[in-house]
Design a protein around this ligand. Structure first.
Ligand SMILES: Nc1ncnc2c1ncn2[C@@H]1O[C@H](COP(=O)(O)OP(=O)(O)OP(=O)(O)O)[C@@H](O)[C@H]1O
Length: 251
């Protein structure tokens, strides 16, 4: 199917995922515009990771549909996977391979042309030079996160899905990663969907926030809209209101 700029970059339609008797995602529908950054917010177990996995085509929905760049992920994901990428602290790279070897493997998987030059450019950009030829398993958490970001950017993706991109990073490194993501999005016109527990990060990076609770959309809007709607001074307070079911009290 042909995709044009007028279409949403990511669309979820009545998405449901059951794990046995647990309904992890319960009828989600949303459409994300190209070039936007959206956060999925919600407490532990709200369904964020499951939603991202379904958008990537890693987990099949029980029912409903996901389209990325106009492509149905259940049937034709191979048409579009090379235009997307994913970062998660929960997905580890082979430990004994060096950073360069890992990036080479992923670059080949994505069919990246001029791969050596691409890795050199990412290493310069993300400051990986000092440990490019060290075993990936021996890096610190912050270094691993930078490598994970390099992996996520290896194919210059139009759509990026990030599961807690700055989890376990010191504030300085986390801030540096955020700036990088922001610059990448602006330069590439990329669409970003991220799950995060860091409200400051979401306020800074995202133009839209989808708040999930028990696999359903509880609220949806820009950070400023949500803060105003709940009569709060920041997103952390809104998050607590939503988690504790205090919307009515705020009205
Ligand atoms: N592979 C699985 N098998 C069975 N149940 C699962 C599986 N993955 C997730 N679940 C369940 O689905 C629900 C949603 O989990 P999910 O990981 O999507 O939530 P989350 O919002 O990402 O949470 P967190 O903030 O803790 O990462 C939870 O009740 C979880 O226990």
């Amino acid at each position: 199917m042909h995709w044009d700029m007028g279409q949403p970059a990511i669309e979820a339609e009545a998405l449901v995922k059951d794990y046995g008797t647990v309904r992890a995602v319960d009828g989600l529908s949303f459409a994300l515009q190209p070039g936007s950054t959206t956060a999925l917010l919600g407490g532990n177990g709200a369904g964020k990771t499951t939603t991202i996995a379904m958008i990537m085509g890693l987990t099949l929905p029980t029912s409903g549909e996901v389209r990325v760049l106009g492509t149905d992920m259940a049937r034709r994901r191979h048409d579009v996977l090379h235009r997307m990428n994913f970062e998660s602290p929960y997905v580890d790279m082979p430990h004994r391979l060096t950073v360069r070897q890992n990036l080479t493997v992923f670059g080949k998987l994505y069919g990246v042309k001029a791969l050596k030059e691409r890795i050199a450019a990412l290493a310069a950009d993300l400051d990986l030079g000092d440990f490019l030829d060290r075993a990936t398993g021996k890096l610190s958490a912050g270094q691993k996160t930078r490598v994970a970001l390099a992996k996520a950017l290896i194919n210059d993706p139009e759509v990026m899905l990030l599961d807690e991109p700055t989890a376990s990073l010191d504030p300085d490194t986390a801030d540096w990663i955020r700036s990088h993501l922001e610059q990448y999005r602006l330069r590439r016109g990329a669409t970003i969907l991220l799950a995060s527990h860091n409200m400051g990060e979401v306020e800074r990076l995202c133009d839209r926030v989808i708040m999930l609770k028990k696999g359903r959309i509880e609220d949806d809007g820009s950070p400023a809209e949500l803060i105003a709607r709940y009569g709060r001074s920041n997103l952390e307070e809104v998050f607590l209101d939503v988690a504790r079911g205090r919307k009515e009290a705020a009205e």
